[in-house]
Design a protein around this ligand. Sequence first.
Ligand SMILES: [Zn+2]
Length: 109
Amino acid sequence: MSLQCPRCNSPKIASFHRAMKIAAAVGAVGGAARGASAALAGGQIGATVGAFAGPFGITLGSISGAILGGLVGGVGGCALGAQLGDKLDRHVLANNLCLACNHRFNLPV
Ligand SMILES: [Zn+2]
């Protein structure tokens, strides 16, 4: 994406990502929480699959299922939060700064 200043058409634009970082962190936490419930389900599925391999398989299956569920939830939530925050930064919070004339502006939606 190429940015240009709406006032002086300079292409030298700096953008801040305050909302993006916050939203990404919030998203990661929310995603991990959601992932935790997915992890429980994943653990159960893993245990069921692992049951065919005996007691050791049940343990191994539960653990790997739980880890996978937590990971997927956390990463997915973080990516979603970052996307949302990036939109807030660029379109709502005027976090684009022209380095030529110091004009701060929103991107058109
Ligand atoms: Zn400018």
